[in-house]
Design a protein around this ligand. Structure first.
Ligand code: AMP
Ligand code: MG
Length: 507
């Protein structure tokens, strides 16, 4: 583990032409202080945890000084926001400080969110507030622990410099880490300006740095598009399976690496509700929970359109054509694992009617059980995470042993009918309860970042400068699949007051 002074910077993005960004220094804030940090994220930079106590690091994470080797820039991008093309967005409040190359050879871009105005700030103040910074920090690290691709969060620093939203709030900066923050919108901006050369060079840069195996292919740009479409579909399968709603799936928030990017008004499902809209500002429900896979597919078509100058229209549409199958397969696999059911029959080849047939039968049986369960959950307003976790203890032999699960339902008769079919399927497949339970516990989290948990941590931090709850939640959520019985209350359904929490784009 290293000291700040020994960080090695690479700054690949900053070495590109200035067409892609503007050089801009963060605007200092007075008297910054550390709110929280992620030891795991710190380790990605090979930094020793003791470095976190050094004023030089806090000043850097506050945007008050740069370390030797840093090259600060704000990236240019555009994007489709709620379906409409917006020609100039860009990092309005995020500043990329540089890229650290760690001992393992990984490049991690270090970005401050809330570091002051940039040429892309439009009417904004370039700042972030403590409230939204805590949400982004906790959720980034929680998603990583859930095994979901995401940008990471290194730390939050606060400053008493006031920031004005609906009310006066505390300013904060989140340090984010990612191999790259390039978005679909980073390509769209050049397509709509009809600047083909910078478009091509950006694609070359992304391929060389992040998809080097595609460089030697006959159609590297088409392969890039195919791979991004595939990763996006996989990401959607993750989100749908865990019950995560992003809230603002504009193309400027879609990562070229298939990472969860830009945490704003996100939310996890409490009671299962397919039409759940987490963003208070999304009155039309464009980004409702169950629309996410289709919206992401639409976003992928916008990326394809932006890349069409580098290939034929047919090639581009062919490259993204696998999205529905990739999503369908990944989603089925995730849901099957969550329910302890096979996604496809392993004994398919021994099936009397041939390989394909056995697989199809298993798929239909699993899909039907999953779909029917989700419908029951929705009808009975059952908490999704709690149901899935209790299902890990399902007893396939003794019906009465399943009462904790059954008690979650209003319509117990309907639950009983489903449970009978589920038990029969498990028995038929020779599923062993104890083994299945162990496997299911590794894919059904007990702890997720529920809005009310974040809200409690935020209130303590904002009102009392007490960051203990942020730290507790962070530690808890880095082990979401572990029982952690001392934190049982954090796995419970939200209290009644939580219904009043509204999250919107204002952050
Ligand atoms: P978001 O909804 O956070 O993805 O942001 C959309 C666009 O608005 C991006 O270009 C942001 O950089 C910009 N933006 C959001 N908040 C601010 C702010 N407080 N100051 C300047 N730009 C902002
Ligand atoms: Mg954004």
């Amino acid at each position: 583990m290293a000291k700040l002074e020994s960080l090695t910077f690479d700054n690949g993005f900053a070495r590109l032409r200035e067409a892609y960004y503007s050089r801009v220094c963060p605007t200092p804030v007075p008297d910054p202080y550390l709110v929280c940090y992620s030891p795991e994220a710190l380790a990605l930079l090979d930094l020793d945890a003791s470095e976190m106590t050094r004023p030089e690091l806090i000043e850097t994470l506050a945007g008050n000084q740069l370390l030797p080797g840093m090259d600060a820039i704000a990236a240019l991008y555009a994007g489709h926001q709620f379906g409409q093309y917006v020609s100039q967005l860009g990092d309005g409040r995020a500043i990329l400080l540089g890229e650290v190359r760690n001992a393992a050879g990984e490049g991690w871009e270090v970005q401050l969110k809330g570091a002051g105005r940039t040429p892309y700030s439009r009417g904004g103040d370039g700042r972030a507030v403590l409230r939204s910074s805590i949400r982004e920090f906790l959720c980034s690290e929680a998603m990583h622990a859930l095994g979901i691709p995401t940008t990471r969060a290194l730390a939050i620093v606060g400053s008493d410099r006031p920031v004005y939203r609906e009310d006066e709030e505390t300013a904060a900066l989140v340090t984010r880490l990612a191999p790259s923050f390039v978005r679909f919108g980073s390509f769209e901006v050049f397509y709509y300006r009809n600047q083909i050369e910078p478009l091509k060079q950006l694609a070359d840069y992304v391929i060389a740095r992040y998809y080097p195996e595609l460089a030697a292919r006959a159609e590297p740009y088409a392969e890039l598009l195919r791979e991004v479409a595939r990763r996006t579909a996989e990401l959607m399968a993750h989100w749908q399976a865990v019950g995560f709603s992003h809230g603002v799936m504009n193309t400027d928030n879609m990562s070229i690496l298939g990472l969860t990017l830009d945490y704003g008004p996100f939310g996890f499902l409490d009671a299962f509700d397919p039409g759940f809209i987490c963003n208070h500002s999304d009155s039309g429900g464009r980004y409702a929970f169950d629309r996410q896979p289709d919206v992401a597919a639409w976003n992928v078509t916008k990326l394809a359109q932006a890349l069409v100058p580098l290939m034929s229209v047919e090639t581009a549409s062919q490259a993204i054509s696998e999205y529905p199958q990739v999503f369908g397969k990944a989603y089925l696999e995730r849901m099957a694992a969550k329910f302890g059911l096979p996604a496809c029959s392993e004994t398919a080849t021994q099936h009397p009617q041939g390989a394909g047939r056995g697989c199809k039968d298993t798929e239909v049986s699993t899909t039907t059980l999953v779909t029917d369960a989700l419908q029951l959950l929705a009808q009975n307003h059952v908490d999704y995470t709690i149901f899935m976790r209790r299902l890990c203890d399902f007893d396939s032999a003794t019906e009465a042993a399943n009462s904790p699960l059954r008690d979650l339902f209003i319509d117990r008769t309907a639950f009983d009918a489903w449970a009978m079919r589920y038990a029969a399927t498990l028995r038929q497949q020779g599923s062993v309860d104890a083994e299945r339970s162990r496997a299911m516990r590794a894919v059904n989290p007990k702890y997720i970042l529920r809005n009310h948990l974040a809200e409690i941590a935020i209130r303590r931090a904002a009102d009392d400068r007490d960051y203990s709850e942020v730290n507790r939640l962070h530690a808890l959520l880095t082990r979401p699949f572990d029982e952690q019985p001392e934190y049982e209350a954090y796995a419970a359904e939200p209290p009644d007051w939580a219904r009043k929490i509204e999250v919107s784009c204002s952050s």
